[in-house]
Design a protein around this ligand. Sequence first.
Ligand SMILES: Nc1ncnc2c1ncn2[C@@H]1O[C@H](COP(=O)(O)OP(=O)(O)O)[C@@H](O)[C@H]1O
Ligand SMILES: [Mg+2]
Length: 272
Amino acid sequence: MDEQPAIQDSSTAFALPPIQGHLMFKDVNFAYVPNRPVLKHNSFEALPGQKIGLCGPTGAGKSTLINLITRYYDIDSGDILIDGYSLYDVRKDSLRQQIGIVLQEPFLFSDTVMNNLRYARLDATEKVCIEAAKQANTHEFIERLPNGYDTLLAKRGSNLSQGQGQLLTIARMMVQNPRLVILDEATSNVDTRTEQHIQEALTRLMAGRTSFVIAHRLSTIRDSDQNLVLKSGEIVERGTHDSLMQQQGLYHELYMSQFKGKLAVVTGNVLP
Ligand SMILES: Nc1ncnc2c1ncn2[C@@H]1O[C@H](COP(=O)(O)OP(=O)(O)O)[C@@H](O)[C@H]1O
Ligand SMILES: [Mg+2]
């Protein structure tokens, strides 16, 4: 994990009550370095249970936007509200406890598989953890490890494949059971079968929860309630997959370029 600047709670900060998962960005402006804006006038709303896709070119600000929701950085102006509470009025630990994050790199500890699953909810029973592992398509894999759920993982899960590490972090998220989940889709080179297992586990994880998906392949956000297209820190297009395709703008362009790339692989044709 990168070193993050220490964000302080205000002296009057209170614990965020259990949330439903309603998120609002109101004219949010943010810069890492003064006078070099990274996010500009971002406004959007996610209703409880909705799936929101984030896409756009590298450097557009997708990861930055996510880092603002978890309050790793404070904004310069505007407001971010969860269930009507400004993030800046509540204690950040109480905020982060209610958000589940699956990042590209699995975040695992040198501890047993069971303790890794429990990490976000220490009082979770073994039964709950095993059920979560089943939902995340990783129970059979764990059972095949030398000591099953008691197997010690190496630091950062380096004795697992990348795909297995991801499935374990998805299982952990199911144990945590947050109302809001954030997924930075893996661009990893997992095999097709593992990829299917991951997609299936993620679909189960997102069901009934507000979810933000940073999509590198737009095919994974075709079923979103809303997709936001970021370009140079601005939300330049928004809507469902179908409406964005009809607009024939940047989203359409990104989608078609990925689609053509895929066709070229399937047919063996190499594009000029
Ligand atoms: N910690 C940081 N300090 C300064 N600039 C950053 C930092 N992280 C990202 N940036 C810059 O902010 C912009 C948006 O980056 P990022 O949110 O990572 O984009 P994306 O996830 O869409 O690829 C880029 O210009 C990037 O160089
Ligand atoms: Mg990014």
